[in-house]
Structure formats: structure tokens, C-alpha cells
Design a protein. Sequence first.
Length: 138
Amino acid sequence: VQRTLVLVKPDGVARGNVGEVLRRIEAKGYTLVALELRQADEALLAEHYAEHAGKPFVRPLIEFMSSGPLVAAVVEGQRVVEGFRSLAGATDPTTAAPGTIRGDLARDWGAQVIENVVHGSDSPQSAAREIALWFPAL
Ligand code: ATP
């Protein structure tokens, strides 16, 4: 079966969305195989966002992602990479469909970075790389 890396980003933790995000993952029928509240350091985040290196939003993104605790999880199920991205909705919370995590729980707060509650790996290859990075013991 497939696995994906899910992060409840610092905005989601600060706004009390952890339970709601986990509830949606479990309600959908996916399985949690790792779950941890942690403070991510900049080195880990620079690795995590390596594909965005050089883009103008990467610095504010790393600052935002290290601004407070986040929740990291490994979620398992058939086609869970695609399935969780569908649960999460579009990157921009203003246009993310109602019914999705981002569509229901986030909006544009006028910040430099798009604060959109969750991250989910974008392909099985990214998932394998990200899970090895966040949960090396798995
Ligand atoms: P994630 O990787 O977090 O699941 P995503 O795949 O929808 O989100 P990416 O394009 O990989 O989005 O961008 C990673 C994150 O960087 C976004 O979730 C958002 O927080 C931020 N971001 C992306 N594009 C921009 C932008 N143009 N301006 C500000 N922040 C951005």
C-alpha cells in the first residue's frame, strides 16, 4: 500500500485544526502510521522544500513553517497521495473548494506566504523522500 507525508502546518496547529484534519483522514478510511508534534528546524525545512530553492517565497515559507509547532504524520492507504491532495484542496485557500480542508478551514490572511493548514506529498516519489526525511526510523 501507499504512504504519504502529511503536515498540519503551524497556522493549522495555532488555530486548533489538528483534530479536524486527523478526523477527516480517519473518516476517509486512511490509517495513521506515524504522528508527532514537533518544532521543525530550518535545515529540515530547506531539505523538505528543496524543489522550491531559489523561488521568492521559499525564505518566508521556511520562516512560517518554523514559526511554531507543526504536526507531522505518515498516512497509509491505496492511492493515498492523490487521495489526501483531494481532501486538502487547492493551494490557494480562497479558491480551494468548500468541503476540502483548505476550502473549509483557511482563507487569505494577507501574509507573504500562503497559509493553507496542511501539506501533502505531491507524488509517490516525493512521499518516499519526505517520509525518509521526517521519519528516518520508519
Ligand atoms: P504543499 O506542498 O504544502 O502541500 P502545494 O503542493 O499545494 O502545497 P507548492 O506549490 O508545493 O504547493 O508550494 C508549497 C507551499 O508554499 C504552499 O503550500 C504554500 O504554503 C507556499 N506557496 C506556494 N506558492 C506560493 C506563492 N506564490 N506565494 C507564497 N507562498 C506560496
